[in-house]
Design a protein around this ligand. Sequence first.
Ligand SMILES: Nc1ncnc2c1ncn2[C@@H]1O[C@H](COP(=O)(O)OP(=O)(O)OP(=O)(O)O)[C@@H](O)[C@H]1O
Ligand SMILES: C[C@H](N)[C@H](N)CCCCCC(=O)O
Ligand SMILES: [Mg+2]
Length: 230
Amino acid sequence: MALFIVTDRYFITGTDTDAGKTVATCALLQSARRQGGMTVGYKPVASGCIATPQGWRNSDALALAANSSLTLPYDQINPLAFGEPTSPHIASRDENRPIHASMLSAGLRRLESKADWVFVEGAGGWFTPLSDSLSFAQWVTQEQLPVILVVGLKLGCINHALLTALAVKQAGLPLAGWIANNLSEKVHRPTEYLDTLRQRLEAPLLGVIPWLQDPGNDTLAEYLDVSLLK
Ligand SMILES: Nc1ncnc2c1ncn2[C@@H]1O[C@H](COP(=O)(O)OP(=O)(O)OP(=O)(O)O)[C@@H](O)[C@H]1O
Ligand SMILES: C[C@H](N)[C@H](N)CCCCCC(=O)O
Ligand SMILES: [Mg+2]
């Protein structure tokens, strides 16, 4: 009898760049680790890297690596790294290194073969371009990844959250859950905004991440629950 090992794969998008995708993905990795099994974060495309003797290094990818139970070479966590913190299609063009969907997929296949949980962090928001003919959304649709939406709580986030949820739905992908992330110590009308988002987003709220003095800490799992994804 054939034994199929099924990896849980999720794509983490956000209402915007700086919405808290990396913080939330680290929380997801920590929560999944508590459930057991091997976990890994994947940042297929990173724009905004520092040059090191080993090559470009991106802080998101390093944070995901630090919160993964698998220890892997950097380029398996982040195969496509670019220097300038701009939209990937611009950084890629400037560095004359085209991004193709097959590159992102090859990296994902490798991680799926090793991990029980793969959390894939996007770049910016849902429709971020990767080239003149490819957006992150198109690749996620090709891969049929369930989506987790990180809502960076602030004035204006309701519209961005609902637009993103609609685009995910129109792509035919499941919105597996959403995470509310407090982007400041005192966010705009927190109770009313959470209530509004809960009413309008057709997906489970996985958790609320408060404003943290140290968002890079290892106790993020307490703010969300990956078992709500099942
Ligand atoms: N809950 C929080 N408490 C305190 N600081 C936070 C919180 N969430 C995010 N931040 C800070 O806000 C900034 C943006 O967060 P983060 O890097 O997770 O965003 P992102 O959506 O991953 O952005 P990108 O599009 O660049 O990947 C970071 O400096 C992060 O440390
Ligand atoms: C540089 C930034 N921190 C992210 N890595 C990439 C953000 C892409 C934004 C694209 C857009 O303008 O919508
Ligand atoms: Mg990030």
